[in-house]
Design a protein around this ligand. Structure first.
Ligand code: MGD
Ligand code: MGD
Ligand code: SF4
Ligand code: MO
Length: 679
């Protein structure tokens, strides 16, 4: 039997690195580097290098299971699909279609996500959402409001053309490691790197200037920089006049502000604010990168708007090396949002609240009726389940029982459901709560396209046989639809892509053949003759009048303040070797050996006061509960701050579920906590 090389993609983050799988007898036995891939040039981070440990893992779900009492019992696919359809249908009958909620998976391909939102909406439920809610929903709405399109303006490799990289609230060296290559190239070519992060991170090590900002004060910092830029005549007047609106309001907003005031609010010395402002405004090509340090706050949407506004007033957008880089999370979170897997958006960013969107899809899907949105967001579905208005949930490839903020509440919400079906590749904490568990084919076991954070749409063919009886998500959704009297037209991923070509304008020219070549194509790509788009907003913004809308925002306090009982500030985030819920990476021996348990970083000063030594187990308590973690005593966090990765279930027992009022994202980055030594 011969071996073959099959092109594939890394299934983790939105960098979208390509690789080859070495396939023998329908099984992957190795990987090879794809040196001509336009995002990674062959490089992979530790997770990408360990993908086979997941794909071939013995704990992969291999057959459908239903819960009987406390146990799971193996059943046939026929029974499983009937049960899924019956569980949803009986709730429609009893409580109406709006008693159903759907979570589409940003780890799954565009075709699966397109079909999932189609199922939800054709059944009459507007409540379909995805993990972008917990992640970059402020980008979709905030960047969308300012620039017209809530997506990365340039491509990743273009970072090397930047002369000043301003990275605010992103730790890309751990979360998007391959991006460090392009940032480092820029630095080697003389670029200045500015990092705004409360913690010392491997990204801040790379910085020429580290603005060690107080958590939650980004708007104060950005306004301070803008004030310097406006007062020192560094704003790009021509750009502002020709391509934006709202500058007069911004001037008024900044009138009584000063770098000194910003210094007081952010903890960053005024001199550093001035230095950062001058460097960013003066360089011939500045890039602004941001991620969860910006979005995961109650002011996440306004944070995003302030970032985009800084770029606009300096004219640092629409050119090589100049633009706004929202560092998206999951391998297909960009695609899931493009496909309408969001409560407020039909496919192609048509507003769910606009009757025209409903009319368009009624015609496209030959449907009598479709829900006028917006539906409930995933964070709102939790409350709705607790209040009894959401009765059944169909979850594909998400693990909210580890990843939601305040998971005790999510747990209570899932327990209160009449019916929960979870489609997964592993038995996760969420799957364990389900009435029905459906085993899904993983990325290498199915056809379909994925859209990376740089709007790069890449198709991969099935490379290997699915684990056990696992099935492609598309087939599962289509079969459930059939049993509920719907023809979703999901016969194959290629069929669904053709429908996407017709209904999602940005994907109009993205045929399977075109996006199958290494690196695929980048949207917008409206027709088959179109080469795809490298840089957005070169001449006009995608707003109705073509002008960007400068935002004037002010900071708001965090959802929760420290107090005598909870005197420390808890922040959470990522480490390089683990990924989100850890359901995949905690099963990889090569990753687990590098980090194997939940820990909390605390400053030596606090540790001394608490009588905690490096390596001790401690309790971390918030208003929501308590968890245990191993203390790491380190200068990486300032006194008064603690940091925990969330790749173990303990963390989100205690995080705050205060929401941004617009994007409804929880404030994962700020909670008031108390740390106690354990006897
Ligand atoms: N290894 C790994 N890679 C991943 C993931 C993973 O779990 N593991 N997950 C993927 C996903 S889904 C996503 S969304 C991305 C996220 O990628 P990132 O957003 O880069 O990751 P985080 O660690 O959540 O947060 C980034 C930084 O924000 C800082 N920060 C916290 N609060 C503030 C603040 O108030 N202001 C500022 N300026 N900074 C602040 C934190 O200290 C942290 O260093 O990563 C993706 N890639
Ligand atoms: N404290 C704290 N919590 C956070 C964050 C934080 O910074 N701090 N960040 C938040 C962010 S940005 C995000 S995006 C969320 C992520 O939250 P989730 O999306 O829940 O996290 P993942 O672990 O990526 O879960 C994806 C699941 O999909 C499964 N899967 C993988 N491939 C497939 C497939 O092909 N088919 C199917 N059916 N399943 C598949 C995996 O096994 C995994 O269990 O977490 C959020 N939670
Ligand atoms: S950077 Fe992201 S896409 Fe690339 S190998 Fe690492 S996890 Fe995979
Ligand atoms: Mo994310």
């Amino acid at each position: 039997m011969s071996t073959k090389l099959v092109p594939s993609l890394c299934p983790y983050c939105a960098v979208g690195c390509g690789m080859y799988l070495v396939v023998e007898k329908d099984k992957a036995i190795g990987i090879e580097y794809m040196t001509d891939h336009p995002a990674c040039e062959g490089a992979l981070c530790p997770k990408g290098n360990a993908v086979l440990e997941v794909l071939n893992h013995e704990e992969r779900l291999k057959y459908p299971m239903k819960k009987v009492g406390e146990e799971f019992v193996r059943i046939s696919w026929e029974e499983a699909l009937d049960l899924a359809a019956y569980g949803l249908a009986r709730n429609i009958k009893k409580h109406g279609p709006k008693s159903l909620g759907f979570l589409a998976s940003s780890r799954c391909n565009n075709e699966e996500n397109y079909l999932m939102q189609k199922l939800s909406r054709l059944l009459g439920s507007p409540h379909v959402d995805n993990c972008a809610r917990l992640c970059h929903s402020p980008t979709v709405v905030g960047l969308g409001a300012v620039l017209g399109t809530g997506a990365m303006t340039n491509n990743l490799i273009d970072l090397q053309n930047s002369k000043c990289i301003f990275a605010i609230g992103t730790n890309f060296t751990e979360a998007h490691p391959i991006v460090s290559r392009w940032a480092q190239k820029a630095k080697d070519n003389g670029a200045m790197v500015i990092v705004a992060d409360p913690r010392i991170t491997s990204t801040s090590w790379m910085a020429d200037l580290h603005l060690r900002i107080n958590p939650g004060s980004d708007i104060d910092l950005l306004r301070g920089m803008m004030k310097v830029i406006v007062d020192e005549g560094l704003a790009d007047k021509k750009f502002i006049e020709e391509r934006t609106e709202g500058f007069a309001e911004l001037q008024a907003n900044l009138r009584d502000y000063s770098p000194e005031k910003a210094a007081e609010l952010t903890g960053v010395p005024a001199g550093q604010i001035v230095q950062a402002a001058r460097a960013y405004a003066r360089s011939c090509a500045s890039s602004l990168l941001y991620s969860m340090g910006i979005t995961q706050h109650v002011c996440g949407t306004d944070n995003v708007k302030a970032c985009a506004t800084l770029a606009l007033i300096c004219g640092q957008i629409g050119r090589p090396g100049a633009g706004v880089w929202p560092m998206r999370g999951q391998n297909n979170v960009q695609g899931n949002c493009d496909m309408g897997g969001m409560a407020e958006l039909y496919p192609g960013y048509r507003r769910a609240s606009d009757p025209k969107s409903v009319e368009f899809f009624k015609a496209a899907w030959n449907a009598k009726d479709l829900p006028l949105g917006p539906g409930l967001t995933s964070t709102e579905m939790t409350d709705a389940a607790l209040q009894g208005s959401i009765k059944a949930l169909y979850i594909i490839g998400e693990d909210p029982i580890v990843c939601d903020a305040n998971i005790n509440k999510t747990k209570a919400a899932l327990e209160s459901l009449d019916f929960l079906v979870v489609q997964e590749i592993f038995m996760t904490a969420t799957a364990r709560m389900a009435d029905l568990v459906l085993p899904a084919a993983a990325w290498a076991e199915k056809d379909g396209s994925y859209t990376s954070m740089e709007r790069r749409v890449q198709w991969i063919d099935r490379a290997v046989a699915p684990a056990g009886e696992a099935k492609e998500g598309l087939w599962i959704i289509n079969e459930i639809g059939k049993r509920m009297g719907l023809d979703l037209k999901g016969g194959s991923a290629a069929d669904v892509l053709e429908e996407i070509n017709r209904t999602v304008p940005q994907y109009g020219g993205m045929t399977r053949e075109r996006i199958s070549k290494v690196g695929g194509l980048r949207w917008p790509c409206p027709d088959e003759g179109h080469p795809g788009t490298d840089i957005l907003h070169r001449e006009r913004f995608s707003t109705p009048n073509g002008k960007a809308r400068i935002a004037s925002v002010e900071n708001r306090p965090a959802g929760e303040q420290t107090c005598s009982e909870y005197p420390m500030l808890l922040s959470t985030g990522r480490i390089v070797v683990h990924y989100n819920s850890g359901s995949m990476t905690r099963r990889c021996p090569s990753l687990l050996e590098r980090d194997f348990e939940l820990y909390v970083d605390i400053n030596p000063k606090d540790a001394a006061e608490l009588k905690v030594h490096h390596g001790d187990m401690v309790k971390v308590k918030t208003l929501r509960g308590e968890t245990q973690a191993r203390a790491r005593v380190t200068e990486k966090v300032k006194p008064g701050m603690a940091f925990m990765p969330f790749h173990w279930q303990g963390t989100n027992i205690i995080t705050s579920d205060a929401l941004d009022p617009v994007a409804k994202i929880p404030e994962y980055k700020m909670a008031a906590c108390r740390i106690e030594a354990m006897a």
